[in-house]
Design a binder for this molecule. Structure first.
Ligand SMILES: [Zn+2]
Length: 244
């Protein structure tokens, strides 16, 4: 299945990770919706952003296990979620990223606007039907849109800021794959950075982090790259790193 980028999340546990949906029409209508939002509510630099689009099965399992354990937040049984990577992938949880990069929920006025405007772009606010209603949960390609996407919206330009008009579908897919890897690497690096900048013994923390990353690197070239990068950073900072 091909996946189409809709911008990175600023939601705490997905911070910096590119989000995806399963159709280019949903992606281009969502990006058009974010432009509609900017015109209406974006005076202070607030942007409509996806808290989450496609959800991996591993993450859904995790969320469901957490729900069984704590009762909150409510999560669908694995494989039945509309965010599911294999069966659906047309759902988006809407959030707002402020000018300083923080995540917040939409206000009441913004939700009311979203629920009307998204319908004009082929989405349905299906979160209203949940047992615990979710004002942020909408699903695309669920009805004929009243408006076409803005003509200059290109789902690939959302992440690679270059004109790529001559791309074949294969090239476009490769580009999306690279962007996905970069988004994921960025979030790995954010995590590593947060591990390194805490208080305590930086040296010990760094060594533990490197050991932890090494344990994860088997078969994952992105994490291997992250490890090389972090070793280079450590060297620059003059922090010794154990080889084994
Ligand atoms: Zn949702």
């Amino acid at each position: 299945m091909a996946w189409y980028p809709i911008g990175p999340s600023s939601y705490p546990d997905l911070f910096g990770q590119m989000q995806y949906v399963n159709s280019p029409s949903i992606a281009s209508q969502w990006l058009s919706l974010t432009r509609d939002y900017a015109a209406k509510f974006g005076q202070d630099g607030d942007r409509l952003t996806p808290n989450e689009g496609r959800r991996t099965r591993a993450r859904q399992q995790e969320l469901y296990a957490n729900y069984l354990r704590t009762g909150y937040p409510v999560a669908a049984f694995p494989y039945t979620s509309r965010h599911d990577e294999a069966t659906h992938g047309n759902a988006i949880d809407a959030g707002v990223t402020t000018a300083n990069g923080h995540n917040r929920a939409l206000t009441g006025d913004e939700f009311a606007w979203l629920h009307e405007q998204c319908e004009l772009r082929g989405f349905t606010w299906t979160g209203r039907f949940f047992i615990t209603p979710e004002p942020w949960h909408i699903e695309g390609d669920t009805k004929p849109p009243h408006f076409p996407p803005y003509p200059d919206i290109n789902v690939y330009n959302a992440i690679i800021h270059e004109e790529e008009e001559d791309m074949t579908p294969t090239q476009a897919q490769q580009l999306a794959d690279v962007a996905r890897a970069v988004g994921s690497l960025q979030s790995d690096m954010n995590f590593i950075k947060s591990e390194l900048t805490g208080s305590g013994s930086d040296q010990t923390r760094l060594q533990e982090t490197v050991i932890g990353i090494r344990a994860l690197t088997a078969g994952d070239s992105r994490l291997k790259e992250a490890l090389i990068t972090i070793r280079a950073i450590a060297k620059k900072l003059g922090i010794p790193v154990k080889e084994k």
